[in-house]
Ligand binder design. Structure first.
Ligand SMILES: NC(=O)C1=CN([C@@H]2O[C@H](COP(=O)(O)OP(=O)(O)OC[C@H]3O[C@@H](n4cnc5c(N)ncnc54)[C@H](OP(=O)(O)O)[C@@H]3O)[C@@H](O)[C@H]2O)C=CC1
Ligand SMILES: N[C@@H](CC=O)C(=O)O
Length: 351
């Protein structure tokens, strides 16, 4: 049966998923037996539309491109406009909520309430918003389980690169004692541009924003708050150790100058914003900080908006994964793979 989707937020990532659903409809149906229709979209400034029989994705994207407001969607019997996020979650006939509103690095709201409301309404949530997973993982995962619904959040760490599903599925049985990685695409993009092209910090940040990598408030990227959320998610979900965001020491890249970068280059080194977590005696110590690493370090060759993560496993040794860390289609894909996995899990339950 086709998923009925309601989007909360419709910026870069939301539109990325919508484009994938439009462009790969036939392929997904034929190869994955996967079908989804968008029934509702509720966005803070771009407006809100709902039709229980589904919206035409091409028309939605065209109306938004041409007018900037979803409520200019052609009127049709049954079309509803103006519903806010909570009403959209509660009252539409969507079975899955795509939560792609902005990540609030202090409170995680209103996305935490979006999740609570959806689970209590017995709807799945698939999201790339990091706030709820970093700040309320235990409460929300228990609530989803109690209500018998799915909660997918692959895209909260390293975009569509399977940094969460890979260790959970393919490394099961290992104890992961240490994680070290580059977890923010924007800052890695900025550092690469500064080093390789001599571009200023400000210019590089502007380009990262234009390409859709940066957070709505890029302070989250450059001060390390985004990576701090991600290492907290990894500790809770991959290492199975509760860690609070405020327990992670955090320093961003704003103090680094072109001179620092040139000096490192002359020493055969390279600056990277590193996220680290180490488990000892059942406790995780974690940090976010820029480090000057040797060119021979595997993380030194990770450039642009690509991210990488190394998991130290007791049975398998170190396993390193690299791939997209940000981007419209790449992060849209993370939502698709969560939806595909909901179907797979449902099929297993029904066997
Ligand atoms: N971009 C990327 O590469 C990645 C992003 N993420 C995460 O995915 C989420 C979406 O990112 P992205 O699409 O880039 O961000 P955008 O800023 O492009 O889009 C977010 C959208 O959500 C809307 N919005 C904000 N608050 C609300 C609300 N309360 N109710 C409804 N809509 C709301 C915004 O509206 P308006 O602008 O009109 O105010 C905006 O249209 C973020 O949480 C981000 O951290 C995760 C991985 C990668
Ligand atoms: N702003 C983030 C987007 C993905 O989480 C980043 O640059 O990594």
């Amino acid at each position: 049966m086709a998923h009925k989707l309601a989007f909360i937020g419709f910026g870069t990532v939301g539109q990325g998923l919508a484009e994938i659903l439009r462009d790969k409809h036939e392929h997904l149906k034929a190869k994955e037996h996967f079908e989804a229709e968008i029934v509702a979209i509720s966005d803070f400034n771009k407006g809100s539309i709902y039709h229980p029989n589904g919206l035409n994705i091409n028309t939605v994207l065209q109306v938004l491109r041409e007018t900037g407001n979803l409520e200019n969607y052609p009127p049709a019997p049954g079309l509803v406009t103006g519903w806010d996020s909570l009403r959209t979650i509660r009252e539409t006939n969507a079975d899955s909520i795509i939560e792609v509103s902005y990540t609030d690095v202090r409170t995680g709201q209103p996305a935490i309430d979006h999740c609570r409301t959806a689970f209590l309404a017995k709807k799945n949530v698939v999201m790339t918003n990091k706030g709820p997973v970093a700040l309320a993982y235990k409460e929300l995962s228990e609530l989803a389980k109690e209500e018998g619904v799915y909660w997918g959040f692959e895209g909260t760490v390293m975009s569509g690169t399977p940094s969460l599903r890979m260790p959970a599925a393919a490394l099961a049985g290992n104890e992961i004692t240490e994680i070290r990685g580059i977890l923010n695409g924007t800052t890695n993009f900025i550092l690469t541009k500064m080093e390789e092209e001599g571009v200023t910090y400000e210019e590089a940040l502007k380009e990262a924003q234009k390409l859709g990598y940066a957070e709505a408030d890029p302070t989250s990227d450059v001060e390390g708050y985004d990576a701090r959320y991600k290492i907290t998610i990894l500790s809770n979900y991959v290492m199975n150790e509760p860690l609070l965001v405020e327990e992670v020491s955090c320093r961003g890249i704003t103090d680094l100058t072109l001179t620092d970068i040139e000096e490192a280059k002359a020493e055969g080194k390279r600056w990277k914003l590193l996220a680290k977590a180490r488990k000892e005696n059942g406790k995780v110590n974690a940090s976010i900080a820029p480090e000057k690493i040797d060119m021979t370090d595997p993380l030194a060759s990770i450039s642009g908006a690509v991210n990488a993560i190394a998991y130290d496993c007791d049975l398998l040794g170190t396993v390193t994964l690299s791939g997209a860390g940000a981007g419209k289609v790449e992060t849209g894909f993370s939502l698709l793979i969560d939806l595909i996995n909901i179907d797979r899990e449902k099929k297993l339950v029904n066997i």
